[in-house]
Design a protein around this ligand. Structure first.
Ligand SMILES: [Zn+2]
Ligand SMILES: [Zn+2]
Length: 669
């Protein structure tokens, strides 16, 4: 089926977070967050979009934890579910429905799929040797058996070692004991279990999956599974917590957690449909519905191999995914990510450092589309301070503030001149690029283009000097502000998928009608601000300093040694004496000057925070040390190509001068 035969219905799912601890930023960045951005984008594009997710709630891990805490498993699980749901709300995730896999509807769908697979011969019985506690008279599934790890001597819990993460089979555990009773009366007994015949789908999968992956990472991971050869997979467990298996002889067993977890997407859709008086089958059986699934790379085989095979094996014509998109891991030397409350960086502690929009921005600007990405506080600070605050936030603020202050808030309407048209055309080109990027899941690139629009705006504002034309050429000033305000409106729409509450604020400053979350994406390209009255804007972002951020088990920093640089690294720095030639204030900034600096063979431009401490007259002709080969950056829409070095005393710069007059460009060693 080609995409133009699809209707406007699009179902978007995010991998279901496993209900254990506080959500990990590494999970957020590849699942719930990109799915939310993509969903919001599709909604602005006018699609009938549905965003489904929920908590993955079964598994013996919960039973073990509940017993240790002396709680009912159900109370523990539903308590965790509420914690996760609240945190997701704080992150502004706009699920159409956030469910839990332990629902009646999910049980019904799980039974329906299991019965069909069984009837079609894809479920087989097999005997396994499993740990059995003679004292408790029961089999011990997965985490119910603990002991010494044969690899590291640490605590082995069922199928995995807690200390070294080695994957284990229970028979390998040294001196094992039963977690229920603590007794070492374990023997290995034969027991019958059910196996899904996954290997039978191998050939079909090879062909089906070839155009279903959203990126190289998902594709290569899938084919490496297929190339290794598929094996049957156990779907039953000796456990109380989960869906009982509806088959004779299996009354005391439940489905293995992964089996009903992937079906949870369907169960959640059924629940959404019930509550909204809709037909869920439109979303799972109508071929015209598009299905797009997001996840982290550790979840790829469940979505590209196992789930489609389960649905295919029913012979029921379920809709299968159209595009499957997995992202890489989020790594860091700066922080220890942790799922435990109060330890390390996770969604809860992150939101205590800064609110949702800061995290939504930084995480999506680091979206690990084809490879793992590094998180560091320097990156966080740079993105928040330079991109969000200085470029994006500053542009919107200076434009709206100018209209509020100089036109009494009433946005003038003006016939545009060729310069203004040129500026708006370059903005429209960027909008098209942003659309294409989001469709290809290139979220990082889309955000970069949005920030570029704000720096184009800053540049245009700077060149047009409305603070001068307001006195000398009012008509031109009106044209400038009309073009700028239109771009602010465009940015409000473009940023909505990424930073929904920021978008709402801008919409509010512009006093525009309607709900920006349900605007038409095309409106970002239109000039339609007629009779708009602009409210006094408030700054939307606040810069962050390193000392405002707690440590979160920063291993690299604690060791200290990591902060040393090599002599080679030092030699890469081009340090020279420069002579300041010209100094110009930057409109709208209390601190920044634009300076031209003579570096001997060349002259470079620098933006420096010297205003308020030094006057232009004091600076002109002064000799200062300069880092001449710093990567260019942009501050308030003005490019900075080098950096003046200064001492900082009470947060104010104190310039350094050579002992005697030297030639501009003299090397510093
Ligand atoms: Zn026992
Ligand atoms: Zn170990």
């Amino acid at each position: 089926m080609t995409s133009d035969e699809k209707s406007d219905r699009i179902l978007i799912t995010s991998a279901l977070p496993y209900l254990h601890g506080i959500p990990h930023l590494g999970n957020i960045i590849t699942s719930v967050l990109p799915a939310d951005v993509y969903y919001r984008f599709q909604r602005l594009k006018g699609k009938n979009a549905l965003y489904i997710c929920g908590s993955d709630s079964h598994g013996t891990m919960h039973e073990v934890e509940a017993e240790k805490k002396g709680m009912e498993t159900e109370d523990l699980v539903y308590g965790n579910h509420e914690v996760v749901r609240e945190l997701f709300k704080k992150l502004n995730l706009d699920f159409s429905y956030y469910d839990i896999t332990d629902s009646e509807e999910n049980r019904n769908i799980t039974y329906r799929i299991f019965v069909a697979l069984d009837e079609n011969g894809y479920i087989k019985e097999k005997e396994m040797k499993l740990p059995y506690c003679r004292n408790c008279e029961q089999f011990l599934a997965d985490r119910w058996i603990e002991g010494e790890c044969p690899v590291c001597g640490g605590l082995a819990r069922g199928d995995q070692c807690d200390d070294c993460s080695a994957l284990l089979s229970p028979e390998e555990i040294i001196d094992p004991y039963c977690v229920h009773c603590g007794k070492r009366q374990i023997e290995f007994r034969k027991s019958k279990h059910l196996f899904f015949q996954l290997q039978e789908f191998e050939e079909w999968l090879r062909d089906w999956v070839k155009d279903k992956t959203g990126n190289k990472l998902t594709k290569s991971e899938t084919y490496s599974w297929l190339d290794e050869g598929l094996d049957e997979r156990c779907i039953s467990r000796d456990s109380e917590w989960g869906f009982k298996i509806p088959k004779e002889g299996y009354e005391d067993k439940v489905f293995y957690v992964w089996f009903d977890a992937v079906i949870g997407y369907i169960g959640a859709t059924v629940n959404w449909a019930k509550e909204n008086d809709k037909d869920w089958e439109d979303w799972w059986f109508d071929r015209k519905t598009e299905l797009v699934q997001f996840m982290g790379k550790d979840n790829i085989p469940f979505h590209t191999i196992i789930f489609p095979s389960m649905l295919k094996g029913t012979n029921e014509n379920w809709n299968l995914a159209d595009r499957i998109m997995a992202g890489g891991f989020l790594l860091s030397k700066d922080v220890k990510f942790s799922k435990s409350r109060g330890k390390g960086l996770n969604l809860e502690s992150a939101l205590e450092v800064r609110g949702s929009e800061y995290w939504r921005y930084v995480l999506m600007a680091l979206y690990p589309r084809n490879s793992d990405m590094m998180f560091s506080w320097n990156t966080f600070i740079e993105k928040v301070n330079n991109e969000l605050t200085d470029s994006f936030g500053n542009y919107i603020h200076r434009v709206l503030k100018f209209v509020a202050d100089n036109f009494d808030g009433k946005l003038p309407e003006a016939e545009l001149g060729p310069d203004d048209e040129e500026f708006l055309k370059s903005v429209r080109n960027k909008i098209s690029e942003i659309e294409i990027s989001i469709e290809k899941f290139k979220f990082k690139e889309a955000l970069r283009e949005i920030i570029k629009i704000s720096s184009l705006g800053n540049q245009y504002f700077q060149e047009k000097k409305p603070w001068e034309t307001i006195k000398s050429n009012r008509e031109e000033c009106e044209r400038t502000l009309f073009a700028c305000a239109s771009t602010v409106k465009s940015l409000a729409i473009l940023i909505e998928p990424f930073l929904p509450s920021v978008s709402e604020k801008i919409w509010g400053f512009l006093n525009l009608d309607g709900d920006v979350h349900r605007e038409d994406w095309e409106r970002a390209k239109k000039m339609d601000l007629t009779g708009v009255e602009i409210a006094e804007p408030k700054p939307m972002f606040e810069k962050i300093k390193r000392d405002e951020i707690p440590e979160f088990g920063a291993e690299g920093i604690e060791e200290g040694g990591e902060n040393l640089i090599s002599f080679d690294e030092f030699q890469e720095m081009d340090l020279r004496i420069g002579e300041i030639e010209t100094v110009e204030p930057i409109e709208g900034s209390d601190k920044l000057y634009k300076l031209e600096i003579d570096l001997g063979e060349e002259t470079k431009q620098s933006v420096a925070g010297l205003k308020g401490t030094y006057s232009p007259e004091e600076l002109e002709g002064m000799e200062v040390p300069v880092l001449a080969n710093l990567e260019p950056s942009e501050l308030m829409g003005v490019e900075s190509e080098c950096m003046i070095l200064a001492a900082v005393v009470d947060e104010k710069p104190v310039l350094l001068k050579p002992d005697k007059k030297v030639k501009a460009g003299a090397e510093i060693k």
